[in-house]
Structure formats: structure tokens, C-alpha cells
Design a protein. Structure first.
Lengths: 349, 325, 310
């Protein structure tokens, strides 16, 4: 089927790999691409630990980005050392708010988070379109009459500093890594993390132990949303354009990181730290695929289809790995690295 | 283990992965790259610019690279940067959502010419040109004809989101319809999406139920609206590309973008050593916008006449078709 | 506005809502069946896209609409078989492999379209099929009985599926396995066969949903479904895994969409707020569920792979 397009597979693969990891510059691109994947993925880890499936990454990224953008528009003159933490916090708050709505709906009204997060994604996109063509639009766009739905170029004080001269790698990479480490500590070294995991592992036992299930389900989705929200903020202030623009949907902004982050997290066995290499590989795949499209004029549709196949192959190969592991020939690197994730089906009530 | 698995699987897939092996040989040809949001054969916005370059290719050697389907803005930015780095002479960022990125990238490549649209902003940079389409002009002309041919006194417009080129076209169409018949019911429905084909179809049906017997619409989801209009044999005016093929029975005329008109100027400037800094517009007067009629549609001569008159009025400046033009 | 005109508009709005609801209904019926047996499929949208392209291409080549529907179903069944294999035999995590299927469908349908068709060409859709006698009734006739055949098929599937789930041994097996596969297995019910068949039929319905969409619209283009498959998944939760429930969910979503469209057409909603109005279907679906959701419980074994004795 695929060969019908006629090609040299090895050179294509080489192009992909070289573009993503073969040079410092390529690696820098890969890290930048991996930021939202890692952050959303880490958020997914937290949600899944509480036995909640968060498909709302797209909407949470958008809401985080919008709030962060609003803060940057409101306080453009603040110095960088204040403004950057402020916009990142705003991103976290926006995303957390959107996640918490889904969490509260599940915890207190028994509305499945799968339904609410999918619906809230739609709401967030329309809200973004409303703001970017209305209240938040660049005044120059109205003046010129071109009406492009975008904000003005945001304050330079909010630009995420570049880490490597002449490259794209910026502060967001460090922030994402810090958040991943932070999430690890949150989950395994704090009481909140313990409660979240306990609620996910066994809600009934947790209730007997006096742990509030609704509260912790809500906070798990809020944390998860916060991570996605930070990703949204980083996408704005680490972007080439340093502004927000909409093409009517969320993908143009997020690059589907809200969905791909789920894949990243599950491939990492729902472990925040393992999400780092997982996100880098997925990010590298995207960067490499884009480079391949440019170098060899491969249709982007093929690349999307192949990404899908890779995902399917990788999850399917878990089975063989497990059988292998059971035979006692491979040491598991991590206790959480169990591959097949069992989400407890029963509701909390 | 995860890493290993991913690598192995990726490698496995790479075996069946394909890449067209023949890279275009680079000679002295002008090297042009297009970055565009939708498919290069979308019968709409993206195809219009590809056709524009192809028209020029007939009398000039151009090495063309196309990165289409790039709806992720940051991916487009990476592509713009990459093409500039690879030494392309002219990089066309064909999407108004790409402008913010281009503004930041272009200064890093002073020897590369960039052009983007649709917009009217060169950011004051010497190597960036902007281009736009006065789609309100074609919209106005077709609005005049739509109002002239409507028997029920109602015309309907299906739009995506009220922004940019779509807004320009829709406003022009409504203005034209009202100019022709002050009592016309010109209803506009922005469905809130550039991609929801099913919703666009129902929007067209809502217009027809409300008494519209001539329809138009803009953006890529209108294929659904065209289908709905075709089922009821309600007349349709197209824009961005000739949409006759989509419904030969009902398409009266289409506004078509001929970007080659301004692309030739941009390339001529480049030959003369001018890298950019200019604003371009295609319009009726410079034949960058043309109204292509569907010969198979039996159009009342008086209706066509009204349209021609409006066209002449816009060309000589006696008619203002849009809010800001 | 005269009364008769108002009635006409209301009739048109409801008819429009029913048409909009149809692809959601088909896809969520299929997803509900799969989930009842304990398997989550997030790849519905990808299956719909492949079904849509397959149906469109078949009709383009043969002008046979029924063949188009069959091709759509067939592609769905095939992917269903594949999905069943990787989730049931290889125990692939259902959430992720579903996303993989979605990406594959999204890309592959577009790629095939570009390679085999290129420039969009229209196909002629089904003509409305007027049900004799019933379609002649004023108001109700026009509202309910002048649709294309696909609409009738979709709504006819609701009682059929209810019957199968609640009145047949097979349906009992599906529900038992979704709740407690161990117990069902010990009673001699084949978990593998039941889940395989539920997934395959469910995906077949998703393929049909895509085919219905493409044929109804008479066209295909990149991402034709516009994430409808995800909404269909959400509606399964709205409908609490019952065919009647997902029908109500699909109708609520479709009708709110059509009412918003109608309001926009008549300028009831100012254009500056048009995006806000477009949120209505999503918000109302959530709110409606808030009102009724307390009593729902999902299949206990949902997303859990079944390992005998494990």
C-alpha cells in the first residue's frame, strides 16, 4: 500500500532521524516540540493515577494560553523576572480551572470526564475564537481592515529566553522538566499525591480511610489541567510569533498535543519521569516527519497515518515485552512500568 | 524498554516508510517554496496560490517546493525558517495566521524574499511583501447579481468565522445585494467553523427554509452547503476558486484569484534586486480577481448586465464595494 | 412573521436536527455496543473517516449508493477486526491504541483521497425517501418522514439494538462480559467471541456513520468528520450505554446545533456573539447530563483486558 508511492524507505528514515536528533539544532527543535507533549503527558499521568481519563488537554491548553495572554496584555511593562512567572502561573490557573470543571462534574454530578472533557474542548475553542476576533484582537487588524484573529505581538518581557544562542531551545524546556520532576514528587512524596493515587487505586478503601473521593478526583483533574495550561502558555511565549492566533480550531495552536500527550504518558507507563524520554521520542518523530515532508515532498497525510500506525504498533508490542518479562529474562527498569494500564471501571458512587 | 520499543517499532515502520526518491535537481532556476494550510488541490485558497506559481512556470523555470496541509502554526514557522535556511529565493507563507511568525523570522534571513497573505502588513521589513485579495469586489458583483436574480427576495450566505478574507467577501456580497435591491433579505450565517461540512450543509438548508433562493459561502467547509443547494436546485455563487465542477447545475459564477498577477511583480522586483517591502493586492481592475461564469448555467441577460455594470463601477472607482476599500 | 411561516421554520429546524443527529447516532450506537462488552474505542473518528472515504470513492466509481454504504461498513468491520486483535489478543491499552487508530484514519483517508481523487468531485446523494401515507401528514410528515434512507436505518437500529441487548442470549452475554468477564467465562460464555463480535459490529457501525455522512453530503474532503467521532463517544456516556439513551443524546446535540443555526440565520443571535452561541450544543449536553446523571453506572469491566485465570 505504502510502497505504491515509490520511495527509498531507508533514506527517508535517515532524513527523519537526522533532522530530529542528528544535530544540536535538530535536537533543539525536538526539545521545543516535546515541551507540550511532556507537560500534557505529565498531567495525564496525574489524572490516570486518580483513575480519570483526561481527553481535555486541548481545551485546557487553550484556556491556559488565553489567561496567560490576557495577563501579558494587561501588564506588558512588568520586568521579565516577574512577568514570565506570572504568565506561566496564569497558564496553570487557566488550565486548572478548565480541568477542575470536568473534575467537579465527575465528582459531584457523576458526569463522565470523557464526555465533559470532549465537550469542554469545543467550548474552549469557541471561546478562543470569540476572544481573538473580539476583545483581544490586535487593534491594528481592525485599523487595516484585514481582521486576522490574533493578538498583538505580546510584551517582549514575556518572551521565554533562548537557552542556546541562535537556536530555538528556550526556557520552556527547563520549565517542562521541572514540572515533570515536580509531578513525580507530588505523586510519590506528598500527602496530596498519596490521596490522589489512593483514590484511583481503591476508592472504597480510600473512603473508609477518610479520604474524600470527590475532592481528590477534582484536584487530580485540576493538576492535570494545570500542566496542560502551562503547556499552552509556553506555546504562546515560546512561539516564533509571540502572540496568539486562531485558524478556527485548536489543532493549529496545539498541534494536537492534548491528544498526543495521552500517548506519551501511557507509553511512559504513567510515570512523570519516564514521560521525558517518551515525549522526546514522540517530539522527535514529529520534527523528523515535518523535515521529511519538506525534504522529499512526502504528503503530510502520510505522516499522520504513519504516526498512528507507530502508536498502534508500540502499544501492541507491550504484550510481547510483558511475556518476555514474565519469562524472567528482562529486568523491569521501573516498578510502574507495567505497560498495560488498567483503569478501574466502577464509578465512585 | 519504552525507548527501545519505540525505536524498534519506528525502525520497523521505516522499512515500509516511503519517500519519493527523486529530489528536484537545482539549477539556475528560481527556487520558490509555498507553505499553506490546506491541501494543494483543495479547489480553494491553497490551490489558488499553487496555480499562480504554475502559471508562471509556463514561461520561466521555477523549482517549486510545497508544504501543504500545514495547519499547525508552529510547524509552518519551522518550515518557513527551514526553506529560508536552505537558500530558497522566495518563500510564500500563504496563510494570514503565519504572519506573526514571519515577522520574527524574516529579519534573520535578509537575503531571502518573503511574501505572505492575505494581509496588508509588511512589518516595515525590506524583505517581506504582503498580498491580499479584494474579495469584497467580487463579492459585491455577485451580490448584485444574486439580488437581481432572486425571485423570493432572499439571499443567504454561509460563512466560517467572521474574520479576514471571509469577512471581506461576505460584507462585499451583502453590500452588493442591498445596493441592487434595498429590500432584499440578505441573511448571513457564520457557523463557527472552517471545517464542519455537515453544519455548513444545514446552514444552507436553514437559509433555503427561511426563503433564500440564491446562496453563496466562503471557506473550505462550503462544499457541504453547495451539495445542499444542489439538491434543491438553488443557485450558488462561488469564491476563491471556480466551483462549477462541484455543482454544474447551480453554480452561476465564481470569483477566482489569479495570484500570478502579483507574483509576477514580486519576481520581477526580485530580479531587479528589490527583496520586498511592498504591499500587493489583486482586484478586479488588475485582473487578479476575475469572475468566471458557468456557461452551462442559463443566466438571465439582465442579471449579467447588472453584474457587469457593478464590475465596471468598481473598476472606475464609482462604486465602493467594501467597508475599508 | 405569520404563523404558518413560523411552523414551517420549526419543522425545518427539527428536520435539520434529525439529519445532524444521524451520524452521531450510528457511531455512538456502535461505540455503546463495544463498551457494553467492556472495550473502549477512542478511534471512532478515524474509522468514520475511512468509512466516509471508502463510501465516497465507491460511489464515485460506480454511482451505486448502496454499494457505498456497504464499503463503509466493510471498512469498519475490517478495522474492527484489527482493533479486536490488538486489544483482545495483544492487550494493547485501549485509550492509546484508539488514538493510534484515529490518527491512522485521519491521515490515511486524506492520503487516499489525494492519491485516488485529488480535486474534490461531487457525488449525488440519496433522494429523500418519503414514507407512503405518513409523509403526507401535515407537519409531522415533513418533519419525520421525508428523510434519506440512512436516517431511517439509523433510527430503526435503536429498537433493534435494544432488543438484541435485552432480549437475546447474545445481548445478555455482552452485558455480562462487560460487567464481570470472570463470572461469564465460568458459565461457559466465550469472552473472546463476544468481545470480538461486539467490537467488529461496533466499528462496522462507525464505518456506516462515516459512509452516511459522505453520501449525505455528496462529497469528501480532508477531515470530513471534524471530530464527530469524539462527540459520538461522549454521547455514549450521555446515553448511559443504552441505545435509547444515545438516541436522546444524539438528538439533543443535533437539535441544539440546528436551533443555533436557525437563530443565527434569523439574526436572533448578534454576529459578535456567534462563537459563544456555537458553544451551546456542548454546554447543553453537559448540563442535561448533570440533571440526570446520578443513577448511571458504567460497565464494570470497561477498558480491562481479560486474562483467563489472571
Amino acid at each position: 500500500m505504502l510502497l505504491s508511492l515509490g520511495a527509498n524507505p531507508l533514506s527517508g528514515y535517515a532524513t527523519m532521524f537526522t533532522a530530529a536528533f542528528g544535530s544540536l539544532e535538530g535536537f533543539s527543535e525536538t526539545t521545543v516540540k516535546s515541551i507540550p507533549l511532556l507537560l500534557v503527558g505529565v498531567g495525564i499521568c496525574i489524572a490516570f493515577r486518580a483513575n480519570v481519563i483526561n481527553i481535555g488537554g486541548e481545551g485546557q491548553m487553550v484556556m491556559g494560553a488565553l489567561l496567560a495572554t490576557a495577563v501579558a496584555l494587561a501588564f506588558p511593562a512588568f520586568p521579565s523576572f516577574m512577568l514570565i512567572p506570572m504568565v506561566l502561573m496564569a497558564g496553570a490557573v487557566g488550565g486548572a480551572f478548565w480541568g477542575a470543571i470536568a473534575g467537579a462534574l465527575k465528582a459531584y454530578f457523576n458526569v463522565s470526564e470523557i464526555l465533559s472533557t470532549i465537550m469542554l474542548n469545543i467550548v474552549a475553542v469557541q471561546f478562543m475564537n470569540f476572544l481573538l476576533r473580539g476583545p483581544m484582537i490586535d487593534p491594528a487588524e481592525i485599523e487595516r481592515g484585514t481582521g486576522i484573529p490574533q493578538t498583538m505581538r505580546l510584551s517582549e518581557n514575556a518572551d521565554l529566553p533562548i537557552l542556546l544562542e541562535g537556536m530555538r531551545m528556550h526556557l520552556g524546556v527547563l520549565v517542562a522538566l521541572l514540572v515533570a520532576v515536580g509531578a513525580y514528587f507530588l505523586l510519590w512524596r506528598t500527602a496530596i499525591g498519596f490521596r490522589i493515587r489512593s483514590v484511583g487505586y481503591n476508592p472504597d478503601a480510600s473512603r473508609y480511610a477518610g479520604i474524600s473521593v470527590p475532592k481528590n478526583v477534582t484536584s487530580a483533574l485540576a493538576f492535570s489541567g494545570a500542566m496542560a495550561g502551562i503547556a499552552g502558555a509556553i506555546l504562546v511565549f515560546g512561539s516564533e510569533s509571540h502572540r496568539m492566533v486562531t485558524d478556527g480550531g485548536s489543532t493549529g495552536f496545539t498541534g494536537s498535543a492534548g491528544f498526543n500527550g495521552i500517548v506519551v504518558a501511557l507509553l511512559a507507563g504513567l510515570h512523570p519521569l519516564w514521560s521525558v524520554p517518551s515525549a522526546l521520542l514522540f517530539g522527535g518523530m514529529l520534527v523528523g516527519a515535518n523535515a521529511l515532508q519538506r525534504a522529499a515532498q512526502v504528503p503530510s497525510a502520510l505522516i499522520i497515518a504513519l504516526n498512528g500506525l507507530i502508536v498502534v504498533f508500540v502499544v501492541s508490542s507491550e504484550y510481547f515485552k510483558q511475556r518476555y518479562a514474565q519469562a524472567g529474562r528482562v529486568e523491569e527498569p521501573d516498578d510502574n512500568d507495567n505497560g498495560v494500564i488498567v483503569t478501574e471501571g466502577g464509578n465512585n458512587e | 524498554m519504552k525507548k527501545l520499543n519505540l525505536c524498534l517499532s519506528a525502525a520497523l515502520l521505516a522499512i515500509i516508510l516511503i519517500a519519493p526518491s527523486s529530489l528536484l535537481a537545482s539549477g539556475k532556476a528560481l527556487r520558490v517554496a509555498i507553505i499553506a494550510p490546506s491541501a494543494k488541490n483543495d479547489l480553494a485558497f491553497t490551490q489558488s496560490i499553487v496555480d499562480g506559481i504554475k502559471a508562471i512556470q509556463k514561461d520561466r523555470e521555477i523549482e517549486l517546493a510545497i508544504t501543504d496541509g500545514t495547519f499547525v502554526v508552529e510547524d509552518a514557522a519551522a518550515a518557513i525558517r527551514d526553506y529560508a535556511k536552505k537558500g530558497y529565493d522566495l518563500v510564500l507563507a500563504h496563510g494570514s495566521q503565519y504572519g506573526g511568525s514571519l515577522k520574527e523570522i524574516a529579519p534573520d534571513f535578509p537575503n531571502t524574499s518573503f511574501a505572505w497573505g492575505t494581509s496588508a502588513d509588511t512589518f516595515g521589513l525590506a524583505n517581506v511583501s504582503s498580498y491580499e485579495a479584494a474579495s469584497d469586489e467580487g463579492g459585491y458583483v455577485m451580490g448584485v447579481m444574486a439580488a437581481a436574480m432572486s425571485k423570493k427576495g432572499g439571499v443567504g450566505v454561509v460563512g466560517p468565522i467572521e474574520v479576514g478574507d471571509a469577512k471581506l467577501y461576505v460584507d462585499g456580497f451583502v453590500k452588493g445585494a442591498k445596493a441592487q435591491n434595498a429590500k432584499i433579505r440578505a441573511k448571513v450565517n457564520y457557523i463557527g467553523s472552517f471545517s464542519d461540512v455537515a453544519l455548513a450543509a444545514e446552514a444552507a438548508r436553514a437559509h433555503m427554509a427561511a426563503g433564500a433562493d440564491v446562496l453563496t459561502g466562503t471557506a473550505q467547509m462550503v462544499v457541504g452547503a453547495i451539495g445542499a443547494a444542489r439538491a434543491k436546485r438553488v443557485a450558488w455563487f462561488g469564491t476563491q476558486a471556480n466551483q462549477t465542477e462541484l455543482a454544474p447545475e447551480i453554480v452561476v459564477a465564481s470569483q477566482v484569484y489569479k495570484w500570478e498577477v502579483i507574483l509576477r511583480k514580486i519576481i520581477a522586483d526580485m530580479d531587479a534586486g528589490i527583496k520586498g517591502g511592498k504591499k500587493y493586492e489583486i482586484n478586479l481592475a488588475n485582473n487578479g480577481i476575475v469572475i468566471e461564469f458557468n456557461d452551462a448555467y442559463k443566466l438571465d441577460a439582465a442579471v449579467k448586465e447588472a453584474g457587469m455594470k457593478a464590475m465596471a463601477g468598481i473598476k472606475d472607482g464609482s462604486i465602493q464595494s467594501g467597508a475599508s476599500h | 412573521m405569520s404563523d404558518s411561516f413560523a411552523v414551517m421554520i420549526i419543522v425545518a429546524t427539527i428536520a435539520s436536527g434529525i439529519r445532524l443527529a444521524t451520524p452521531f447516532l450510528l457511531a455512538s450506537l456502535g461505540e455503546a455496543l463495544g463498551q457494553r462488552s467492556g472495550v473502549l474505542n477512542l478511534g471512532v473518528d478515524g474509522v468514520m473517516l475511512l468509512g466516509a472515504f471508502g463510501a465516497y470513492y465507491a460511489v464515485l466509481q460506480t454511482s451505486n449508493l448502496y454499494l457505498g454504504l456497504l464499503v463503509g461498513i466493510g471498512l469498519g468491520l475490517l478495522i474492527g477486526l484489527f482493533y479486536a486483535f490488538i486489544t483482545l489478543n495483544l492487550h494493547a491499552e485501549q485509550g492509546v491504541s484508539g488514538i493510534g487508530i484515529y490518527l491512522f484514519g485521519l491521515g490515511m483517508s486524506d492520503l487516499l483521497f489525494q492519491k485516488l481523487v485529488g480535486t474534490p468531485r461531487p457525488i449525488l446523494p440519496f433522494m429523500p425517501l418519503e414514507i407512503p401515507v405518513l409523509s403526507g401528514f401535515p407537519i409531522v410528515g415533513e418533519m419525520l418522514f421525508q428523510h434519506s434512507i440512512i436516517v431511517y436505518i439509523a433510527f430503526a437500529l435503536v429498537p433493534i439494538m435494544s432488543f438484541v441487548l435485552h432480549r437475546t442470549t447474545y445481548g445478555l452475554n455482552v452485558r455480562a462480559i462487560g460487567e464481570n468477564p470472570e463470572a461469564a467465562d465460568s458459565l461457559g460464555v466465550s469472552v473472546m467471541f463476544t468481545r470480538y463480535s461486539a467490537i467488529i459490529i461496533g466499528n462496522g457501525l462507525a464505518g456506516l456513520a462515516g459512509a452516511a455522512l459522505a453520501i449525505e453530503l455528496g462529497i469528501f474532503q480532508q477531515n470530513l468528520t471534524n471530530a464527530m467521532g469524539f462527540i459520538a463517544i461522549a454521547l455514549v456516556y450521555f446515553g448511559a450505554w443504552s441505545p435509547k439513551g444515545v438516541m436522546i443524546g444524539s438528538l439533543v446535540f443535533g437539535l441544539v446545533q440546528s436551533i443555533v443555526l436557525q437563530c443565527k440565520t434569523f439574526g436572533v443571535i448578534p454576529r459578535s456573539a456567534s462563537d459563544l452561541a456555537s458553544m451551546a450544543p456542548a454546554i447543553i449536553t453537559i448540563l442535561a447530563l448533570v440533571v440526570v446523571a446520578k443513577r448511571f453506572k458504567q460497565p464494570s469491566a470497561l477498558t480491562k483486558p481479560y486474562v483467563r485465570g489472571g
